[in-house]
Design a protein around this ligand. Structure first.
Ligand code: GLN
Length: 271
């Protein structure tokens, strides 16, 4: 079997077949295409066919490769963590806009998963101290591995939302919490079928985690500092109402690149 035959035999999307064949052979995706006549070594062929079989069963490509790019960082991922999504990069941008480069700030990331948000912020704001919390020990192991890989220092904490949060006030609190409603038909489609339910599902309306975070956040914010939350595309009005109820000011929602209402936030009044 040569490379061209391997790509054709995939029975999966051509772009994904290229990625998996590159992974199995150690070649670049471009080289895989350019050298179609090259014969596949037995070990690479076995590895490729095993990965293709997993993909045909629906397993996310990020879990098969064991990594995903997020905000310019290649991050290890596996079934213990949600796969970082491009829309979450919007949350990182909004966070960075609120953190001066030349200041010693302290930032909390609640439900950090593989550490994507915390690590992206730390990379771009080296003077910020990041406290990143997750209730999954397995997720924190993945996150710590990513921190070591990129030589970024983050203070990882085990616990649920603010329960594990040090009793101090932050210059920014960010979270991409679970926000899908239990029973949402979207849960039986695509990558989410393989992702940890605890990272996706938050009660019957999908808002349980956001409610808990918004309720407690004001006690952990400094005057004039922001809480920023990712949420689902139809949840923005409900989330803004919660933020206002909690007494936060300048409450707003920002769309992602697909023009879906994706991040809402508010800041603690400085009166
Ligand atoms: N964006 C994910 C999805 O809808 C959900 C992520 C989350 O719940 N935080 O597939």
């Amino acid at each position: 079997m040569n490379l061209a035959q391997a790509l054709a035999a995939g029975g999966i999307e051509p772009r994904e077949a290229r990625l998996l064949l590159a992974e199995a052979t150690g070649l670049s995706a471009a080289a895989v295409l350019a050298h179609g006549e090259r014969e596949l070594a037995e070990a690479a062929k076995a590895r490729y066919l095993e990965m293709v079989a997993r993909r045909r069963e629906g397993e996310p490509i990020a879990y098969i490769l064991g990594r995903r790019e997020f905000y310019g960082l290649s991050l290890a991922v596996g079934p213990a963590v949600l796969i970082p999504r491009p829309e979450t990069e919007r949350l990182v941008e909004l966070a960075l806009e609120r953190l001066p480069l030349e200041a010693d700030t302290i930032v909390a990331d609640l439900g950090t998963g593989c550490g994507a948000i915390a690590l992206a912020i730390k990379k771009h704001r080296p003077r910020a101290r990041l406290v990143a919390i997750d209730e999954s020990v397995a997720a924190l192991e993945v996150a710590a591995r990513n921190a070591t890989q990129h030589a970024l220092a983050v203070d990882w904490r085990h616990g649920r939302w603010f329960e594990a949060t040090p009793r101090e006030r932050f210059d920014l609190i960010v979270a991409n919490p679970p926000y899908v409603a239990a029973g949402d038909p979207h849960l039986s489609m695509g990558d989410v079928r393989f992702e940890p339910p605890g990272a996706l599902i938050a009660g019957s309306d999908g808002l349980d985690a956001i409610r808990a975070i918004v309720r407690d956040a004001p006690a952990f914010l400094r005057e004039g500092t922001w809480l920023l939350l990712e949420h689902g595309g139809t949840q923005d009005a409900a989330v803004r109402a919660m933020l206002l109820d909690a007494g936060l000011a300048d409450v707003a929602t920002w769309p992602d690149l697909a023009a879906i209402a994706r991040v809402s936030g508010g800041k603690l009044k400085s009166d």
